[in-house]
Structures are given as structure tokens and as C-alpha cells.
Design a protein around this ligand. Sequence first.
Ligand code: FES
Length: 363
Amino acid sequence: MRQPLSPPVDAAWHWMKPDLQIVDFWLSRVNRLWSTHEPRARLVGRHIEADGITTLTLKPNRHFKGFKAGQHINVSVEIDGVRHTRSYSASDRPQRDRLIRITVKAIGSGKVSGHLQHLRLGSVLPIGQAFGTFELPDAEGQCLLLAAGTGITPMLSLLKAQAALAFPRPITLAYWARTRREWVQADVLHAWSKLHANFKLRLIATGESKAEDNELTGRINPTHLQDCLPDGERAHALVCGSNDFVSAARALIEPTALSVQAESFTPPVRDAQGVVEAGTVKVTLLRSGKTVEVPRGQALLDALEAQGVSPAYGCRMGICNTCACGKAEGSSRDLRNQHIDEEPNHALRLCISAAHSDLALEL
Ligand code: FES
């Protein structure tokens, strides 16, 4: 935090502060990575990992404070004059060179993923500080990592950090992809499993009809878990994948796991717990002076976007805080636990909150 300055200097600071944007503008004319305060990164490498999956290497400026294995980083791109922000897990461990690697899958309708995959080397992107607490637990015991699709990315980060320490604790990775061509860094994973007795690997292709040596097929099921944890062994489970995968994995592993951490890269399906919210409410956007009508019970981020309002967002899962904005009036519902909040809120996360009554938002 900035130390208090002497009154005249402090007054000068406050007078100058609004001009930092202008300073940034001129700095970025000299070097687009330069900023007085904003973390930015230059795209310095691109590597095709598998079908439709690319790893991008980003070199951050000095405002980026680094990341821990398993954390997410928000990355912004400008497309047709509009800034879009998405959260990506780092797919590498933190290293001295401070480089960030993110692994991006092209999704049919995904504007940002497609744009990132074809971005020119040397391009500069605004990034956020790393966030998230997806990590191997300190408690003793083996770990079981269950990853599906691009859910492998935080697992790769965690595993690379463990590989750098020669796998000091027993870890099993079970990794589902639709076809063999979609496994990311399977050669690295195989090499670790041959080199380190503490690392076991199970590759599972859901869309292949026949399993090859040491492979399994089909969607996650009790036989897969039995194969990973024979003889009733227990483990700390970390799960990452689509919402359906995470729900299925949780249901199977939770009864016996030592602990479970799960992250989904699709927005969580909200359990309405019998709550029926009907009708619409008015949402007043105090900064833009607009008023829009949105359905009660729908995530405010989705509802506002449907009305042509574009709040900033990253994860759409309530993790990154990018969508947080002030609520001046009205009551909102937390879609994760159905809790109603009637008080003004300084940081209402639009992606996991719905309007319960008319609202006034600092947007
Ligand atoms: S978009 Fe990340 S918390 Fe809402």
C-alpha cells in the first residue's frame, strides 16, 4: 500500500492520480508492455499441444506479482473494440523466468479462445493478478488428480511443481479426453510415470472403442476409481473438468476421499433447492443511467448481457471477482446457497447472484 506522504506531496499525488491513464497512454506508445500500474504480458511463444489445443507463453511486466501452481490468471483481449476477459489456469509451474503458460482450447463459438490461438507473437495483453486456491493439501496422504479435457491445465501446473521436487508424495493422475489426439503432454506424463515410482498415470479415452496398453475407455465410473485406488485405498482428491464431469466425479469419490477440491470450467449448475423465482424486476444502472428489466432468479451477469449490458467478467464461477460491483439498493440471491442479501453490498458478484427485488447497481 502507498505510504502517506507529506501534505503538499499528497495533494500533488491526488491531483496527478487521474492523469495516470494519460501517462499510461504515452508510456505504451514507447513500449506497449509499460504501464504505471497495470499488469500486462507479451505473447512470446505458441505451441500446438493437441487437436485444437494451444499453449501460449506470456512474459509479464513488473506489475505482475507471480502465481502459485494451480492458480488462475485473467487475460484480456480486445476484439472489434470491445475488451473481453477470460480466466485461464496456468499450465506450468512458477519459474525464475517469470513466464506464464496458459493452455487454450478452441471452442466452436468461443470468440476469445479462437482469437488467442491466432494472436500475433509480440502482442501485448492486459492480465490480472493470479488468484485461486486449487492446490495439493498439506495433510499427509496420497493425492488422486481427476482431470477431464482442459481440466488438465491446473493439474499440469501442480504436477510440474511436484516433478521439480522428484514427486515427494504419491500422486495418481486419471486424465479423460475424448480421443488420444486430445491428450495434452501425454509424452511428458508417460515419462514421469516411468521415472518416478510415486507417480501413477491412467489415460482414459471416452470416445475410443478400444483401449491400448495401460489405457482405459469410457466416462468416469467406479471401475476407473477402483483401478486408481485399489484395495479401498483413500486419497485427497482434486477434480477439474466440465460441470458434468465434476458432479459425476464428486458423487463417486466423496464418500471415501480424505478431502475433495473441485473446479469446473463451465458455470456451476445452480441447485434452486425448491426456490421458484417468477416475474421480472427493474435493475437501475447508476453509472450509465440506464434501467433494464431482468428475470428474477437468473444470474445477473447473464440477465444483463441479454439486455445488451456488458459488465466485465472472467471465470463466471464466483472465483475471480472480475464481475464484482457495488449494490446500492435492493435484495439479491446468492445462487450457490440461495441466501438472500438485503444489505448494500460493495462487491456483488454478478455471475453467482440473481435479483430478488428491484436493484440499483454501480454499473
Ligand atoms: S466472473 Fe469471476 S467472479 Fe464473476
